[in-house]
Design a protein around this ligand. Sequence first.
Ligand code: PLP
Length: 410
Amino acid sequence: MALVNENFLKLPGNYLFADIAKKVNTFKITHPKQNIIRLGIGDVTQPLPQASIEAMHKAVDELAHKETFRGYGPEQGYDFLINAIIKNDYAPRGLHFEQSEIFINDGAKSDTGNIGDILAHDNSVGVTDPIYPVYIDSNVMSGRAGDLDSGTGKWSNITYMPCSIENNFIPQIPDKRIDIVYLCYPNNPTGMALKKEELKKWVDYALANDTLILFDAAYEAYIHEEEIPHSIYEIRGAKKCAIEFRSFSKTAGFTGVRCGYTVIPKELTATTLTGEQVQLNQLWNRRQTTKFNGTSYITQRGAEAIYTPEGKEQIAKTIDYYMTNAKIMREGLESAGLKVYGGVNAPYLWVQTPNEAPSWHFFEQMLYEANVVGTPGVGFGPSGEGYIRLTAFGNREDCQEAMKRIKAWL
Ligand code: PLP
Protein backbone atom coordinates (compact mmCIF):
# COMPACT_ATOMS: atom_id res chain seq x y z
CA MET A 1 0.00 0.00 0.00
CA ALA A 2 1.33 3.43 -0.88
CA LEU A 3 1.56 5.75 2.08
CA VAL A 4 1.00 9.46 1.60
CA ASN A 5 3.37 12.19 2.68
CA GLU A 6 1.33 13.11 5.73
CA ASN A 7 2.97 16.49 5.94
CA PHE A 8 0.60 17.54 3.16
CA LEU A 9 -2.33 16.75 5.44
CA LYS A 10 -1.09 19.34 7.90
CA LEU A 11 -1.53 22.13 5.38
CA PRO A 12 -4.67 24.15 5.83
CA GLY A 13 -6.45 24.58 2.47
CA ASN A 14 -5.42 27.69 0.61
CA TYR A 15 -8.43 29.52 1.98
CA LEU A 16 -7.23 33.06 1.33
CA PHE A 17 -7.94 33.56 -2.36
CA ALA A 18 -10.76 30.99 -2.36
CA ASP A 19 -12.41 32.86 0.53
CA ILE A 20 -11.96 36.16 -1.24
CA ALA A 21 -13.50 34.75 -4.43
CA LYS A 22 -16.43 33.34 -2.44
CA LYS A 23 -17.13 36.65 -0.74
CA VAL A 24 -16.84 38.58 -3.99
CA ASN A 25 -19.20 36.13 -5.72
CA THR A 26 -21.76 36.45 -2.95
CA PHE A 27 -21.58 40.20 -3.30
CA LYS A 28 -22.01 39.97 -7.08
CA ILE A 29 -25.10 37.79 -6.73
CA THR A 30 -26.71 40.09 -4.20
CA HIS A 31 -25.62 43.28 -5.99
CA PRO A 32 -25.69 42.39 -9.70
CA LYS A 33 -25.62 46.01 -10.85
CA GLN A 34 -22.53 47.07 -8.90
CA ASN A 35 -19.24 47.35 -10.71
CA ILE A 36 -16.39 45.85 -8.66
CA ILE A 37 -12.78 47.02 -8.94
CA ARG A 38 -10.22 44.34 -8.10
CA LEU A 39 -7.00 45.56 -6.56
CA GLY A 40 -6.34 42.34 -4.69
CA ILE A 41 -4.64 39.95 -6.99
CA GLY A 42 -0.89 40.12 -7.69
CA ASP A 43 -1.14 39.56 -11.45
CA VAL A 44 -0.14 42.07 -14.09
CA THR A 45 -2.59 43.61 -16.57
CA GLN A 46 -0.41 45.25 -19.25
CA PRO A 47 0.69 43.26 -22.33
CA LEU A 48 4.16 41.82 -22.93
CA PRO A 49 6.91 44.10 -24.28
CA GLN A 50 6.86 44.22 -28.07
CA ALA A 51 10.53 43.17 -28.16
CA SER A 52 9.62 39.89 -26.42
CA ILE A 53 6.64 39.32 -28.71
CA GLU A 54 8.81 39.71 -31.79
CA ALA A 55 11.57 37.50 -30.37
CA MET A 56 9.06 34.77 -29.52
CA HIS A 57 7.46 34.92 -32.99
CA LYS A 58 10.93 34.56 -34.49
CA ALA A 59 11.70 31.63 -32.19
CA VAL A 60 8.49 29.88 -33.26
CA ASP A 61 9.52 30.30 -36.90
CA GLU A 62 12.92 28.77 -36.13
CA LEU A 63 11.21 25.72 -34.67
CA ALA A 64 9.19 25.38 -37.88
CA HIS A 65 12.26 24.50 -39.98
CA LYS A 66 14.43 21.44 -39.82
CA GLU A 67 17.66 23.47 -40.04
CA THR A 68 16.81 25.70 -37.09
CA PHE A 69 14.62 23.36 -35.06
CA ARG A 70 15.59 22.79 -31.40
CA GLY A 71 14.44 20.05 -29.08
CA TYR A 72 15.54 19.66 -25.47
CA GLY A 73 17.70 22.56 -24.35
CA PRO A 74 20.17 22.66 -21.47
CA GLU A 75 18.37 22.08 -18.15
CA GLN A 76 20.17 25.11 -16.73
CA GLY A 77 19.05 27.41 -19.54
CA TYR A 78 20.53 28.65 -22.81
CA ASP A 79 23.82 30.55 -22.77
CA PHE A 80 22.27 33.46 -24.68
CA LEU A 81 19.89 34.23 -21.82
CA ILE A 82 22.39 33.49 -19.05
CA ASN A 83 24.93 35.80 -20.70
CA ALA A 84 22.33 38.56 -21.07
CA ILE A 85 21.51 38.25 -17.35
CA ILE A 86 25.16 38.35 -16.27
CA LYS A 87 25.88 41.29 -18.55
CA ASN A 88 22.79 43.37 -17.75
CA ASP A 89 21.55 42.48 -14.27
CA TYR A 90 24.88 42.02 -12.47
CA ALA A 91 27.95 43.38 -14.32
CA PRO A 92 26.76 47.03 -14.18
CA ARG A 93 26.67 46.67 -10.37
CA GLY A 94 30.22 45.33 -10.28
CA LEU A 95 29.02 41.76 -9.72
CA HIS A 96 30.50 38.91 -11.69
CA PHE A 97 29.15 35.41 -12.12
CA GLU A 98 30.11 32.40 -14.15
CA GLN A 99 27.47 30.99 -16.48
CA SER A 100 27.17 27.89 -14.32
CA GLU A 101 26.10 30.01 -11.34
CA ILE A 102 22.83 31.04 -13.05
CA PHE A 103 19.92 28.59 -13.43
CA ILE A 104 17.03 29.57 -15.72
CA ASN A 105 13.64 28.31 -14.54
CA ASP A 106 9.92 28.60 -15.19
CA GLY A 107 9.42 31.29 -12.55
CA ALA A 108 10.53 32.07 -9.03
CA LYS A 109 7.68 30.16 -7.41
CA SER A 110 9.08 26.82 -8.56
CA ASP A 111 12.59 27.39 -7.28
CA THR A 112 11.65 29.11 -4.00
CA GLY A 113 9.45 26.08 -3.37
CA ASN A 114 11.87 23.42 -4.64
CA ILE A 115 15.11 24.67 -3.14
CA GLY A 116 14.33 22.74 0.04
CA ASP A 117 15.03 19.51 -1.90
CA ILE A 118 18.77 20.02 -1.39
CA LEU A 119 18.54 20.97 2.31
CA ALA A 120 18.19 18.62 5.29
CA HIS A 121 14.75 18.27 6.80
CA ASP A 122 15.85 19.16 10.31
CA ASN A 123 17.21 22.60 9.46
CA SER A 124 15.62 25.39 11.45
CA VAL A 125 13.77 28.00 9.37
CA GLY A 126 13.12 31.70 9.89
CA VAL A 127 10.69 33.89 7.97
CA THR A 128 9.63 37.49 8.06
CA ASP A 129 5.97 37.89 8.96
CA PRO A 130 3.83 38.70 6.91
CA ILE A 131 5.23 36.60 4.10
CA TYR A 132 4.77 35.19 0.57
CA PRO A 133 3.07 31.89 1.57
CA VAL A 134 5.19 29.56 -0.63
CA TYR A 135 8.15 29.76 1.76
CA ILE A 136 6.18 28.30 4.65
CA ASP A 137 3.96 25.86 2.78
CA SER A 138 6.92 24.25 0.98
CA ASN A 139 8.59 23.69 4.35
CA VAL A 140 5.40 22.19 5.74
CA MET A 141 5.37 19.72 2.82
CA SER A 142 8.90 18.59 3.57
CA GLY A 143 8.22 18.22 7.29
CA ARG A 144 10.46 21.09 8.33
CA ALA A 145 7.76 23.39 9.71
CA GLY A 146 6.47 21.28 12.63
CA ASP A 147 2.85 21.69 13.66
CA LEU A 148 0.38 24.51 13.20
CA ASP A 149 -0.92 26.28 16.28
CA SER A 150 -4.37 27.28 15.08
CA GLY A 151 -4.63 29.89 17.82
CA THR A 152 -1.56 31.89 16.80
CA GLY A 153 -1.50 30.77 13.17
CA LYS A 154 2.20 29.86 13.58
CA TRP A 155 4.14 26.66 12.84
CA SER A 156 6.06 25.23 15.77
CA ASN A 157 9.48 24.86 14.06
CA ILE A 158 9.44 28.18 12.25
CA THR A 159 10.80 31.38 13.72
CA TYR A 160 8.66 34.36 12.79
CA MET A 161 10.24 37.79 12.53
CA PRO A 162 7.40 40.30 12.74
CA CYS A 163 7.39 43.31 10.43
CA SER A 164 5.00 46.01 11.54
CA ILE A 165 4.68 49.74 12.05
CA GLU A 166 6.53 49.36 15.37
CA ASN A 167 9.78 48.36 13.61
CA ASN A 168 9.04 50.25 10.39
CA PHE A 169 8.67 46.84 8.71
CA ILE A 170 12.37 46.05 9.23
CA PRO A 171 12.71 42.56 10.73
CA GLN A 172 14.86 42.29 13.81
CA ILE A 173 17.96 40.10 13.57
CA PRO A 174 17.21 36.93 15.61
CA ASP A 175 18.92 36.49 18.97
CA LYS A 176 19.53 32.81 18.22
CA ARG A 177 21.02 30.99 15.28
CA ILE A 178 18.72 29.80 12.48
CA ASP A 179 19.87 27.52 9.65
CA ILE A 180 17.78 28.96 6.82
CA VAL A 181 16.27 32.46 6.60
CA TYR A 182 13.92 33.63 3.85
CA LEU A 183 14.10 37.31 2.93
CA CYS A 184 12.03 38.96 0.21
CA TYR A 185 12.97 42.51 -0.78
CA PRO A 186 11.28 44.57 -2.09
CA ASN A 187 8.66 42.78 -0.05
CA ASN A 188 5.41 41.14 -0.98
CA PRO A 189 3.04 41.91 0.74
CA THR A 190 4.26 45.02 2.64
CA GLY A 191 5.80 46.75 -0.38
CA MET A 192 8.72 47.85 1.81
CA ALA A 193 12.41 47.61 0.87
CA LEU A 194 15.64 47.23 2.88
CA LYS A 195 18.47 49.72 2.66
CA LYS A 196 22.01 48.48 2.16
CA GLU A 197 22.97 48.87 5.82
CA GLU A 198 19.92 46.85 6.90
CA LEU A 199 20.60 44.06 4.45
CA LYS A 200 24.25 44.05 5.51
CA LYS A 201 23.15 43.17 9.06
CA TRP A 202 21.53 40.01 7.66
CA VAL A 203 24.57 39.03 5.64
CA ASP A 204 26.80 39.60 8.69
CA TYR A 205 24.42 37.50 10.80
CA ALA A 206 24.42 34.73 8.19
CA LEU A 207 28.21 34.68 7.91
CA ALA A 208 28.62 34.62 11.70
CA ASN A 209 26.05 31.85 12.19
CA ASP A 210 26.51 29.72 9.08
CA THR A 211 22.99 30.63 8.05
CA LEU A 212 21.75 30.22 4.49
CA ILE A 213 19.77 33.23 3.22
CA LEU A 214 17.17 32.53 0.53
CA PHE A 215 16.75 35.98 -1.01
CA ASP A 216 13.70 36.56 -3.20
CA ALA A 217 14.24 39.59 -5.44
CA ALA A 218 11.18 39.08 -7.66
CA TYR A 219 10.34 42.82 -7.40
CA GLU A 220 13.86 44.15 -7.94
CA ALA A 221 12.84 46.02 -11.11
CA TYR A 222 10.48 48.22 -9.06
CA ILE A 223 13.22 49.76 -6.92
CA HIS A 224 13.29 53.52 -7.37
CA GLU A 225 15.40 54.79 -4.48
CA GLU A 226 19.18 54.96 -4.87
CA GLU A 227 20.09 53.49 -1.50
CA ILE A 228 18.15 50.25 -1.99
CA PRO A 229 20.28 47.30 -3.15
CA HIS A 230 18.93 45.42 -6.19
CA SER A 231 20.81 42.24 -5.37
CA ILE A 232 21.91 40.72 -2.08
CA TYR A 233 25.31 40.20 -3.71
CA GLU A 234 25.85 43.95 -3.52
CA ILE A 235 26.69 43.19 0.12
CA ARG A 236 30.21 41.92 0.60
CA GLY A 237 30.30 38.29 1.68
CA ALA A 238 26.80 37.44 0.38
CA LYS A 239 28.15 35.00 -2.20
CA LYS A 240 29.18 32.82 0.72
CA CYS A 241 25.77 32.77 2.37
CA ALA A 242 22.94 33.55 -0.07
CA ILE A 243 20.92 32.21 -2.98
CA GLU A 244 19.05 34.83 -5.02
CA PHE A 245 15.77 34.26 -6.88
CA ARG A 246 14.68 36.54 -9.71
CA SER A 247 11.64 36.54 -11.95
CA PHE A 248 10.58 37.98 -15.31
CA SER A 249 6.94 37.87 -14.16
CA LYS A 250 6.61 41.34 -12.74
CA THR A 251 9.68 42.74 -14.52
CA ALA A 252 8.34 42.01 -18.00
CA GLY A 253 4.77 40.73 -17.68
CA PHE A 254 5.81 37.05 -17.87
CA THR A 255 3.29 35.78 -15.29
CA GLY A 256 1.66 33.67 -17.99
CA VAL A 257 4.76 33.03 -20.13
CA ARG A 258 6.80 31.71 -17.13
CA CYS A 259 10.48 32.47 -16.77
CA GLY A 260 12.84 33.40 -13.95
CA TYR A 261 16.27 32.46 -12.67
CA THR A 262 18.16 31.46 -9.57
CA VAL A 263 21.71 32.43 -8.70
CA ILE A 264 23.77 29.97 -6.67
CA PRO A 265 27.39 31.12 -6.33
CA LYS A 266 30.10 28.47 -6.36
CA GLU A 267 31.46 29.85 -3.06
CA LEU A 268 28.25 28.95 -1.26
CA THR A 269 28.49 25.74 0.75
CA ALA A 270 26.48 23.90 3.36
CA THR A 271 27.61 21.12 5.65
CA THR A 272 27.09 17.39 6.00
CA LEU A 273 26.58 15.83 9.43
CA THR A 274 30.25 14.84 9.39
CA GLY A 275 31.31 18.43 8.71
CA GLU A 276 32.14 18.16 5.03
CA GLN A 277 31.48 21.35 3.03
CA VAL A 278 29.35 20.77 -0.08
CA GLN A 279 28.72 23.27 -2.88
CA LEU A 280 24.99 24.02 -3.10
CA ASN A 281 25.52 24.91 -6.75
CA GLN A 282 26.58 21.35 -7.45
CA LEU A 283 23.61 19.85 -5.59
CA TRP A 284 21.11 22.14 -7.29
CA ASN A 285 22.59 21.32 -10.68
CA ARG A 286 22.16 17.63 -9.88
CA ARG A 287 18.60 18.23 -8.73
CA GLN A 288 17.68 20.27 -11.81
CA THR A 289 19.21 17.89 -14.33
CA THR A 290 17.15 15.09 -12.76
CA LYS A 291 13.83 16.82 -12.15
CA PHE A 292 13.68 19.70 -14.65
CA ASN A 293 14.00 19.66 -18.42
CA GLY A 294 14.52 23.33 -18.99
CA THR A 295 12.40 26.36 -19.85
CA SER A 296 11.11 26.49 -23.42
CA TYR A 297 13.36 27.96 -26.11
CA ILE A 298 10.61 30.37 -27.17
CA THR A 299 10.23 31.68 -23.64
CA GLN A 300 13.96 32.15 -23.16
CA ARG A 301 14.21 34.10 -26.43
CA GLY A 302 11.34 36.28 -25.18
CA ALA A 303 13.18 36.87 -21.90
CA GLU A 304 16.47 37.63 -23.67
CA ALA A 305 14.70 40.35 -25.67
CA ILE A 306 14.01 42.47 -22.58
CA TYR A 307 17.74 43.19 -22.44
CA THR A 308 17.82 44.81 -25.91
CA PRO A 309 17.64 48.63 -25.96
CA GLU A 310 13.99 48.48 -27.16
CA GLY A 311 13.13 45.81 -24.59
CA LYS A 312 14.65 47.85 -21.77
CA GLU A 313 12.71 50.92 -22.82
CA GLN A 314 9.45 48.98 -23.09
CA ILE A 315 9.68 47.30 -19.69
CA ALA A 316 10.69 50.60 -18.07
CA LYS A 317 7.55 52.17 -19.49
CA THR A 318 5.28 49.46 -18.11
CA ILE A 319 6.94 49.52 -14.70
CA ASP A 320 6.55 53.29 -14.71
CA TYR A 321 2.84 52.85 -15.49
CA TYR A 322 2.36 50.57 -12.48
CA MET A 323 4.42 52.78 -10.21
CA THR A 324 2.41 55.82 -11.27
CA ASN A 325 -0.65 53.80 -10.26
CA ALA A 326 1.05 53.16 -6.93
CA LYS A 327 1.67 56.89 -6.44
CA ILE A 328 -1.94 57.77 -7.30
CA MET A 329 -3.16 55.10 -4.89
CA ARG A 330 -0.79 56.14 -2.12
CA GLU A 331 -1.87 59.77 -2.37
CA GLY A 332 -5.54 58.83 -2.68
CA LEU A 333 -5.49 56.55 0.34
CA GLU A 334 -3.56 59.05 2.44
CA SER A 335 -5.97 61.80 1.54
CA ALA A 336 -8.76 59.48 2.70
CA GLY A 337 -7.02 59.47 6.10
CA LEU A 338 -5.45 56.02 5.85
CA LYS A 339 -1.92 55.06 6.88
CA VAL A 340 -0.16 53.63 3.85
CA TYR A 341 3.19 51.84 3.52
CA GLY A 342 5.08 50.54 0.49
CA GLY A 343 4.32 51.58 -3.07
CA VAL A 344 7.66 53.43 -3.51
CA ASN A 345 10.03 50.58 -4.38
CA ALA A 346 7.37 47.92 -4.96
CA PRO A 347 3.97 47.64 -6.66
CA TYR A 348 2.21 46.82 -3.36
CA LEU A 349 0.52 49.12 -0.87
CA TRP A 350 0.16 47.92 2.68
CA VAL A 351 -2.65 49.82 4.31
CA GLN A 352 -3.37 49.93 8.01
CA THR A 353 -7.07 49.46 8.69
CA PRO A 354 -8.66 52.35 10.58
CA ASN A 355 -9.55 51.91 14.28
CA GLU A 356 -7.69 48.60 14.40
CA ALA A 357 -10.41 46.92 12.34
CA PRO A 358 -9.58 43.25 11.67
CA SER A 359 -8.35 42.65 8.10
CA TRP A 360 -11.36 40.57 7.03
CA HIS A 361 -13.82 43.03 8.52
CA PHE A 362 -12.24 45.93 6.61
CA PHE A 363 -12.05 43.81 3.46
CA GLU A 364 -15.81 43.19 3.58
CA GLN A 365 -16.66 46.80 4.36
CA MET A 366 -14.55 48.01 1.45
CA LEU A 367 -16.21 45.47 -0.83
CA TYR A 368 -19.75 46.35 0.21
CA GLU A 369 -19.40 50.07 0.62
CA ALA A 370 -16.78 51.05 -1.98
CA ASN A 371 -17.03 47.96 -4.24
CA VAL A 372 -13.24 47.63 -4.18
CA VAL A 373 -11.48 44.30 -3.58
CA GLY A 374 -8.18 44.09 -1.66
CA THR A 375 -6.41 41.22 0.09
CA PRO A 376 -6.76 40.89 3.88
CA GLY A 377 -3.28 41.24 5.39
CA VAL A 378 -3.80 38.44 7.90
CA GLY A 379 -3.83 36.03 4.95
CA PHE A 380 -0.06 36.60 4.69
CA GLY A 381 0.65 35.75 8.33
CA PRO A 382 -0.27 36.72 11.89
CA SER A 383 1.53 40.08 11.73
CA GLY A 384 -0.62 41.03 8.74
CA GLU A 385 -3.68 41.37 10.97
CA GLY A 386 -4.96 44.93 10.87
CA TYR A 387 -3.73 45.57 7.33
CA ILE A 388 -4.99 45.18 3.80
CA ARG A 389 -2.85 44.77 0.68
CA LEU A 390 -3.66 46.63 -2.52
CA THR A 391 -1.75 46.11 -5.74
CA ALA A 392 -0.80 48.70 -8.34
CA PHE A 393 -1.05 46.22 -11.23
CA GLY A 394 -4.52 47.37 -12.29
CA ASN A 395 -5.61 49.68 -15.07
CA ARG A 396 -5.06 53.39 -14.43
CA GLU A 397 -8.77 54.28 -14.67
CA ASP A 398 -9.64 51.53 -12.17
CA CYS A 399 -7.04 52.79 -9.69
CA GLN A 400 -8.32 56.34 -10.00
CA GLU A 401 -11.94 55.30 -9.65
CA ALA A 402 -11.14 53.04 -6.69
CA MET A 403 -9.46 55.93 -4.86
CA LYS A 404 -12.48 58.16 -5.46
CA ARG A 405 -14.78 55.48 -4.08
CA ILE A 406 -12.66 54.79 -1.01
CA LYS A 407 -12.41 58.48 -0.24
CA ALA A 408 -16.16 58.98 -0.61
CA TRP A 409 -16.80 55.91 1.57
CA LEU A 410 -14.43 56.85 4.39
N1 PLP B 1 8.14 35.61 -5.11
C1 PLP B 1 7.28 36.54 -4.70
C2 PLP B 1 7.61 37.33 -3.50
C3 PLP B 1 6.08 36.74 -5.37
O1 PLP B 1 5.21 37.65 -4.94
C4 PLP B 1 5.79 35.95 -6.49
C5 PLP B 1 4.52 36.09 -7.24
O2 PLP B 1 3.61 36.75 -6.90
C6 PLP B 1 6.72 35.00 -6.88
C7 PLP B 1 7.89 34.85 -6.18
C8 PLP B 1 6.43 34.06 -8.02
O3 PLP B 1 6.86 34.57 -9.19
P1 PLP B 1 6.85 33.72 -10.52
O4 PLP B 1 5.70 34.20 -11.33
O5 PLP B 1 8.18 34.03 -11.13
O6 PLP B 1 6.73 32.28 -10.18
